[in-house]
Design a protein around this ligand. Structure first.
Ligand SMILES: NC(=O)c1ccc[n+]([C@@H]2O[C@H](COP(=O)([O-])OP(=O)(O)OC[C@H]3O[C@@H](n4cnc5c(N)ncnc54)[C@H](OP(=O)(O)O)[C@@H]3O)[C@@H](O)[C@H]2O)c1
Length: 334
């Protein structure tokens, strides 16, 4: 048993990007395990845009309380167990929080799941393409947008964890896929490695013209991760009866979202805009992960990870999501 646990606790609600003191690194004692509990060492933390939202407001989950360990999805290894379901050495995934050690209790509101050991599949894959990220892309695209062969799909934040998988699933379904991302290098990865038909760097002044040139037949599906000006521009190029899978609005997470200037376009173009949350698909996770696993095994899905080392770097890592510092899935390794 370790004597102490390092934890990042929420000290203040961030305004804009995280400030150095918003999360405070504290040491607290690791208590003796009670019957029904297991102690696990956290190995990897999934760094997700929704964490910034959890720090600020109640949404689909209550905001993290001031003083509480910051909520985060993580992958951990059981080191001692008095829990009926887990034994020493098991790898598990769940809401570990930003800390070195987690005590897993029998009656967790969000139960931990065992992570399978599969040859040639790294543990971090279960936080990325075979985890929540891949599942979000998979269900968001196939269930909400329902892509058809020959349609044009535009994905924003396309070189990120969710967008890079959503775009490739669009290719699997026979779509023309155009990604929008924040650097030329990311755009090159999308077209040269992932098989996107085109990729537009939205930081170039002529990106709107380039988007128009890359979507000569208009846009049938918007897989929207960003919102704001990007979404506005994409919607202006949508075809009649186009579909918008509203996955996220990251451009508004660190600042007041200015709202949508021309919502009338949804009427004029008869668009179907549907938001979704991956937690609605919990009962189908195994089905989705099996499909993603097959695509990955047959080389139809490629994934990339950006790994940041050390618990103390987690606040910087969260900020990287908003500055575009990551390509693919962002993970903190402990
Ligand atoms: N609905 C759900 O259940 C669900 C589940 C998971 C994730 N999501 C949403 O999916 C989106 C992507 O999440 P993720 O975990 O895959 O993160 P991610 O895409 O790996 O990382 C975020 C990326 O967004 C881009 N970005 C940040 N601020 C931007 C801005 N103002 N304008 C344009 N691009 C910006 C950055 O790339 P650039 O370099 O390209 O700017 C950054 O790398 C988020 O909106 C998230 O909230 C939703």
């Amino acid at each position: 048993m370790p004597a102490t646990n390092r934890q990042l606790r929420l000290q203040s609600r961030p305004k804009g990007l995280l400030a150095p003191d918003d999360l405070q690194l504290v040491e607290s004692p690791v208590l003796e395990l009670k019957e029904g509990e297991a102690l696990a060492r956290v190995k990897y933390l999934s760094i997700d845009p929704t964490m910034r939202v959890w720090m600020a407001v109640d949404t689909y989950l209550p905001a993290v309380a001031i003083g509480e360990v910051m909520r985060a999805l993580g992958l951990a290894e059981i080191v001692e167990s008095r829990h009926a379901e887990f034994k020493k050495g098991d790898k598990v995934m769940g809401m570990t929080g930003l800390q070195d050690w987690v005590v897993i209790r029998a009656q967790e509101k969000m139960p931990f799941q065992k992570v399978p050991s599969i040859p040639f599949v790294s543990d971090t894959t279960f936080l990325g393409v075979l985890g929540i990220t891949g599942l979000t892309a998979c269900f968001g695209l196939t269930e909400i947008a329902k892509p058809q062969k020959g349609e044009t799909l535009v994905v924003s934040a396309a070189a990120g964890a969710t967008g890079s998988i959503a775009g490739q699933i669009g290719k699997i379904h026979g779509c023309r896929v155009v990604g929008i991302a924040g650097t030329d290098e990311k755009c090159k990865w999308l077209t040269d490695d992932l098989g996107f038909d085109a990729a537009i760097n939205y930081k170039h002044p002529d990106w709107k013209e380039k988007l128009a040139a890359a979507t000569p037949n208009g846009i049938d599906i918007d897989y929207e991760n960003v919102g704001g000006e990007i979404m506005q521009e994409v919607l202006s190029r949508m075809n009649l009866f186009g579909r918008v899978a509203l996955c996220g609005l990251i451009s508004g997470y660190t600042k007041q979202d200015p709202g949508f200037a021309n919502l009338g376009i949804v009427i004029v173009k008869r668009l179907r805009v549907q938001g979704f949350l991956i937690i609605d698909y919990v009962s189908r996770f195994m089905e989705g992960a099996t499909q993603l696993g097959k695509w990955k095994m047959f080389g139809k899905l490629k994934d990339r990870e950006t790994i940041v080392e050390g618990l103390g770097k987690a606040p910087d890592a969260i900020n990287m999501l908003f500055s575009g510092g990551n390509t693919g899935k962002l993970i903190v390794k402990l």
